[in-house]
Design a protein. Sequence first.
Length: 206
Amino acid sequence: MGMFDSLYIELDGRELEIQTKRFDCILGRYRPGDWIGGVPPGVRVFFDVLHLGAQGAPVYRTDAEHVRTLTLFFVIAHGVFVEYQVRDGALAAAVIERTLTELRERWSDSLRLLGFLAEALHTKQRENATLRGQLARVSSVVDSARRLRAGETFGAGFVLIHEEEQKLADGENPLEVVAWVLDDEATGWGFGDDSTSPDRLDEYRL
C-alpha cells in the first residue's frame, strides 16, 4: 500500500482512522487543530466514502452483511484540519458537490477561521504544558533512581513532596514509576501550569 497519512475522527464514541495519500504521505497522524503538510493553499474540502463492518471497522467488500456506508467530508483551511462531517449513506454526486461548496464557503469566513485557530493554539499550549510537566517528572524519577542505585539516600530529614519519589524510596521498580507518572492525571507540579480555566463569559457579566 505504500506510505500514507491518517486523519482521525470520532464516530459513535470511538476514534476512527481514515487513511489518505492526498498529502505528504509521511505516516502523519492528524486530528482537528493539526497542521497538515502537502495541502494546497486556501480552503480545501475533501470527501471519502467509507464502509464499516458489523464491528465498526472499515471493510472493502460492500457485499458483506451489516455493512454501514458513510460519506465523510474533511475541511483543511490554509493547512489546518478544521472540521469533519459524517453523513449516512453514499451520497449522490450533486449532494456531494453542494456540501463541498457549503463547507468551503463556511470556512472562508475569516472570523470563524481565526476563532478556531486561536482556540486550537490554546489547546496545543495546554497540551505542551502537560507534556513538559510529564517530562520534568520523568527526568526527576531518572535522577532519583540513579542516586539510589549509587547508594545515596534521600536522607532522614528529607521531605518527599512528590509521590514518585516516595514510590522509589519504597523500592518500586523505576520503570513502573515512570509508567505511573505517564498515566497520572496530575501531570504537573503546579509550576507554569494553567490549571484553571478562565470564565469565558466574564466580560459580559453586569
